[in-house]
Structure formats: C-alpha cells, structure tokens
Design a protein around this ligand. Structure first.
Ligand code: FE2
Length: 426
C-alpha cells in the first residue's frame, strides 16, 4: 500500500487530473487518473501541485534584525553595509540562531524548503559562520540550508579576509563567495575573482559571488568570473549574483558578454525585491530599475534564478519568505508579463533555482523526492498573481505545514452571502 496518493492535481507543465503516488519519501509514479490503496489520500480538486520553492540567494545571518541597532535612513546598499558593520559587534550566537530558526519556520510555511544563504566571513571570530552551521544542522530534518562563505568587507580589502574565508570553508561552509565590486580597485576586484575561483577549484566547491551589485556600467567583474570559470573548468558550478551593473551597460558590450556567460555555464541570480529597492539611488529622474537583464540572459540560454536576498534586515524592511512575491516583483521589473514570461518567473524560483543549488532529487517525476506544495491556484500564473496560499507543504512524503484556504466571506446588502478567492469562473 502507498504511503500517500495525491489525486486530481494540476502540474506546473499544464497536465491535469494527475495522480502522484508516494512511497518511502519518494515519488514512485506520476500518471493521469491513477487510484490505488494508500494510507493517506489527498484530493487536490484541480489545484496546482508544484515542487517546493527554492531561494538561491539569501543572508540568513542578518535576517529579522531590522531596526538593530537602527534603521537604514538612506535606503542605500552602502548604508546597509555600514549598518551591518555596526550590528556585527553586537551579535550573539544565541540571538542569531533564534532569528534564523524563526525565519526557517516562515520559509517552511511558505513551501520554501531549500535556501542558499551567504554568511559573512569578514569577522575573525567567525561567530556568524558557527551560528549558521548550527542552524543548518538543526533544520536539516525539514529544510536544506546551503552556506556560501561571503567576505562582506572584501576578501582583499579587509585584513585577514582570505584567511578567515578559508577557515570558514574548513569548518564546513559549502561554497565560495566574493564581492569584487566592493574591493578597492577594479584590478583588486578582478584579482579577488581569480583567487576565489582558484580556491574553489582546489577544494572542489561551487562558487557564488555577489558580482557587480552596482549601477556602474563599467563594473564588469562578471566577465572575469565567466573567464575564470572556463579557464579552471568550473562550468555548471558557478553563479553570479545580482549582476545589476548589466542593466546600465552599453548594449554592444552586453552583446559580447551574454554569449561568454552562456558558454561558461555560469548561472545568474537576480534579486528583484532588493535590486528595485537599492539600485538607482544616485539617480534623479529618469531612475534606473537596476535589475540585471533577465529575459535577455534567458534567451541566450543562461540559467537565471530569482533570490529573496533579504528579509527585515539592514538592507530591506519587508519580506516574509514568500518566493511567489519575489517572482511577482521579478516579472514586473523585467516586464515579463506574457504568459510564457510569467511561467519563466515561476521557473526562476523553482527549477532554475534548483540548478543553482545543485539540489538532487528535485522535481515531480518518479524517483524524485516527494517534496512539493499544494497551492490554492489553478496554474503557475495564478499562483504568482495571488501569491497563492500554500495549502499543504510536503517534504519527502511528510506533511510539514498547512495553511487554511484564503477565502473571503462577503456580506453585501440585498445579496445572499457569498465567498470569493479571486479566481475567475470561466
Ligand atoms: Fe546578497
């Protein structure tokens, strides 16, 4: 007898009336109209079942610290970095762990079951590294947390930057990060990319760098990152995060750059909520959006995913761990409003993010982990439009979270009582 059978599900690819059979934490069959004995049966009633959400870019060491010790007045990236510098000496491992665990609870409730988090390695104590390694251990029964060694103050710019980052990797951090645009000079930025890619190659680790998070069209570290990826044979293991300067680059240069990124197999992560908030802050009008060139990268065959980046921290006071909100902002900023564009934005927080993460067993096919979400929506487009309620969240066949359906009860004069959940009838 099956452990779990889901019936009458709609899948993200548009197939309807699908059954998903689960045994021992894995999907054993996905087929139309299957009925079989099972310990638990769930009738999806035509609603969407999707693989769980993945956040490929987050900062869990800073999350839920909004207002500590003060709020970012200018709203800029640089004041955020300065503010994080003020907060760091005040951090305790206990408080950091408590905030991170609270965020992971939010994430699970939203069907977000895998998070790649950068962790600041600039501080010699490596307090945040130890704390997030502990969080990773504690959440492992219900959430995949991957950590990137992130030298927030610049691996070359800060004293002991290289040594601290290596110590973080020695402790078990999963990937090598960087921040070349924050180094003192363009030359130092390029040198940091080379050094960090060589370190990753030596240790067999993935690379995920904050790359060109700037409005400066001459910030071109993504070019160096793609070049080093090819030189060192790191194809498929490297991600450039943010890449906002690409928004402002000369079109001719971009026409040369995009094929280089595609050839190198470098993934790009845009962070729509943060990019639209932090970029263009030095502009008057017109004010640049600042997000990287998402549809153009996708058309070139580059794997593009969307990250949340920040939730209630020195850079951003909003957010709730909802990757549909991220996709919603992404499609607006990138003007990806066609049906296929919206679906691509859904992919950006699911399958594309899984490629960045290198997550095994992800998807809705026989043999994949039974880790999926039942959404109060008929398809991915409606899921994004409504930031749909996650009715049920499963991981490896186990129910982790449930949220009641969002349905308004209407009490309108001279009309019978009615309910609505913003779904058109036709
Ligand atoms: Fe970031």
């Amino acid at each position: 007898m099956l452990n779990l059978l889901i019936t009458h599900a709609t899948l993200p690819d548009g197939r309807t009336d699908m059954s998903i059979a689960v045994q021992d934490g894995r999907i054993v069959e996905v087929t139309a109209g299957l009925d079989a004995p099972a310990h638990e049966k769930l009738d999806a009633q035509g609603l969407l079942v999707a693989p769980h959400f993945i956040d490929p870019h987050f900062h869990m060491d800073a999350t839920l610290s909004y207002g500590l010790p003060r709020v970012n007045q200018s709203g800029t990236l640089l004041e955020g970095i300065a503010l994080w510098g003020e907060l760091k000496p005040l951090l305790t491992a206990e408080a950091l762990i408590e905030r991170a665990l609270a965020y992971c609870d939010w994430a699970v409730a939203k069907g977000l079951l895998a998070i790649r988090s950068h962790v600041d390695t600039s501080d010699t104590s490596l307090l945040a590294v130890d704390a997030l390694l502990e969080v990773k251990r504690r959440v492992s029964p219900y959430l995949d947390l991957q950590l990137v060694a992130f030298p927030q103050d610049g691996v070359l710019r800060s004293r002991g930057g290289v040594a601290n980052l290596k110590r973080a990797l020695d402790k078990g951090v999963d990937a090598v990060g960087g921040i070349p645009h924050f180094e003192r000079t363009m030359a130092d930025g390029a040198a940091s990319v080379k050094l960090l890619c060589e370190l990753a190659a030596e240790r067999g680790l993935p690379v995920d760098m904050h790359c060109d998070e700037s409005d400066d069209p001459l910030s071109r570290h993504i070019e160096t990152l793609a070049f080093e990826t090819q030189r060192l044979g790191l194809q498929g293991r490297v991600t450039g995060s943010h890449c906002t300067s690409m928004h402002s680059m000369d079109n001719y240069y971009v026409s040369k750059l995009l094929p280089l990124i595609a050839e190198a197999g470098v993934s790009v992560v845009a962070n729509p909520l943060i990019n639209i908030t932090l970029q263009g802050r030095h502009d008057s009008y017109p004010k640049r959006r600042g997000m990287t060139r998402v549809p153009e990268l996708m058309r070139q065959g580059v794997n593009v995913a969307f990250g949340h980046d920040c939730v209630m921290d020195p850079w951003y006071g909003m957010g709730s761990g909802d990757m549909l909100e991220v996709a919603h902002m992404g499609l607006h900023v990138a003007q990806m409003t066609s049906q296929s564009g919206i679906r691509q934005c859904f992919d950006a927080v699911t399958v594309n993010a899984a490629k960045v993460f290198g997550l095994r067993g992800y998807g809705l096919e026989a043999g994949c982990d039974a880790s999926f979400v039942l959404l109060q929506a008929r398809d991915p487009v409606e899921a994004i439009r409504l930031r749909a309620t996650r009715l049920k969240v499963y991981r490896k066949g186990r129910l982790l979270a449930e949220t009641p359906a969002a349905t308004a009860s209407l009490h309108l004069a001279d009309r019978p009582a009615a309910t609505a959940w913003m779904h058109p009838k036709h």
